[in-house]
Design a protein around this ligand. Structure first.
Ligand code: PEP
Length: 251
């Protein structure tokens, strides 16, 4: 674990106008400046220019929340990976469960987006995770293994240096219901095992695997103390500078 990069990433979802984003970033900069981990904020497309500009010369890295897989063309309303790179954006989230649930995202489109983002030079946070029904049916590990494998189809070992996996149980996202540290550890370890099967031990040991789902200042310490939990993807708590700062301090 000591050899892996811990990453705390905020996912702002559909929150903050560009004006509000500027204010939040002004508050975040001092709150995370002493971080030992890598700090990322993923903002709506409309705040990316502001975020990149404001975060220049700070330890905050900027990401988008989604990306389209085609390079350009007649795809009204979509944003390509090259467009993000051109803005100075470094990260992108793919496969967030809200995209899967509300916007018909599938394992196949998550794979296409992941590959397109990597090809353009972005770092990618690939989200996987089970629903409550799937956990109750006892298929969590099988499902997460499959989601991980399909999302990474065609991704090379070299490209894996720019891939982060976020384990996000759907039942824990935005619900205030966090996975226990042992549940998070169990699934993050299972993900690392699949990475080992796909790419070998060295890549598996080097890849950052985050937990996400109602992580906050109160539970971050315990979750992050687990051997295979290398950071967090933070929704709600990433919108408050003090809460996000406290999670960053725990990592
Ligand atoms: C997320 O959106 O990825 C997330 C984990 O949200 P929350 O922290 O609000 O549960």
């Amino acid at each position: 674990k000591a050899t892996r990069k811990a990453i705390i990433a905020g996912n702002w979802k559909m929150n903050k106008t560009a004006t509000e984003a500027a204010e939040l970033i002004d508050a975040l900069i001092p709150a995370v400046k002493d971080a030992d981990c890598e700090v990322v904020i993923c903002t709506p497309f409309t705040s990316l220019v502001t975020a990149v500009e404001k975060c220049k010369g700070t330890n905050i890295h900027v990401g988008a929340e989604n990306v389209h897989f085609e390079k350009s063309g007649a795809f009204t309303g979509e944003i390509s990976a090259d467009m993000l790179v051109d803005l100075g954006v470094e990260y992108v989230i793919t496969g967030h469960s809200e995209r899967r649930q509300y916007f018909a995202e599938t394992d196949e489109t998550v794979n296409k987006r992941t590959k397109a983002a990597l090809e353009a030079g972005l770092k990618v946070i690939v989200c996987v995770g089970e629903s409550l029904a799937q956990r109750e049916q006892g298929v969590t590990e099988e499902l997460v293994r499959m989601q991980t494998k399909i999302a990474l189809g065609g991704v090379s070992a070299e490209e894996m240096k720019r891939v982060v996996i976020a384990y996000e149980p759907v039942w824990a996202i935005g619900t205030g219901r966090t996975a226990t540290a042992d549940q998070a550890q169990e699934v993050c370890a299972a993900i690392r095992k699949v990475l080992g099967e796909l790419y070998g031990e060295e890549v598996a040991e080097a890849t950052t695997v985050q937990y996400g789902g109602s992580m906050n200042a109160g539970n971050a310490d315990e979750l992050l103390s687990k051997k295979d939990v290398d950071g967090g993807l933070i929704g709600g708590a990433s919108l408050k500078a003090d809460a996000f700062g406290a999670i960053v301090a725990a990592a």
